[in-house]
Design a protein around this ligand. Structure first.
Ligand code: GRF
Length: 189
């Protein structure tokens, strides 16, 4: 049995998709959802999916006790699915190559501090990039710079807007994120 902890800050569409993807896989369990934003719709989704929600403050997130809590739950993989806080170094060190993130662009472009949510799509459209896409990557101590696991791309139309691009990226996320997670889980002993 592989145990996942999914970290969220917002809507939770990726959480929903991942949960549904692994629903009938009895070798994978989503142990909890960790959320830093009391207003996140992801909380409702987790409740409907029957997954325990662990709300966190900055203080407990940065504590050693939180890392230990995840360890004692037997978490094999942490999945950042639209989670907007930088991880404390101690957490990253405690889960080496056991934390993955999805970024809504083709890293290393359009990554790093300030590039999140619609800001990413606005920048890509403003630069008239021919392509954008998604990047699933391991998490290290810096924003958006760990080893890349999977990328998928989509082309921009002449009349592309940040909203229309977001919809395209969303489709890629739904299609590829669970598959990338499965691939990582299979590689964990
Ligand atoms: C996604 O676009 C993801 O790539 C980014 O944040 C968004 C989260 O969406 N990191 P949701 O909360 O899963 O709906």
């Amino acid at each position: 049995m592989k145990r996942l902890s999914i970290f969220v800050s917002g809507n939770g569409t990726n959480l929903q998709r991942i949960a549904e993807y692994f629903l009938e896989d009895f070798e994978v369990k989503i142990e909890n959802v960790v959320c830093n934003n009391p207003k996140a719709y992801a909380i409702e989704r987790a409740k409907k999916l029957g997954i325990p929600v662990r709300m966190i403050t900055k203080q407990d997130f940065n504590s050693e006790a939180f890392t230990q809590e995840l360890k004692s739950l037997g978490i094999d993989l942490i999945v950042l699915a639209g989670f907007l806080w930088k991880l404390p170094e101690s957490l990253v060190k405690a889960f080496p190559k056991k934390i993955v993130n999805i970024h809504p662009a083709l890293l290393p472009k359009y990554g790093g501090k300030g590039f999140y949510g619609e800001h990413v799509h606005e920048a890509v459209v403003a630069a008239k990039e021919p392509y954008s896409g998604i990047t699933v990557h391991y998490v290290n101590e810096l924003y958006d710079s760990g080893e890349i696991i999977l990328q998928a791309r989509v082309s921009l139309d002449e009349k592309e807007t940040p909203d229309s691009l977001a919809a395209k990226i969303h489709q890629l996320e739904q299609a590829y994120f669970p598959v990338a997670i499965e691939q990582v889980l299979n590689a964990i002993q």
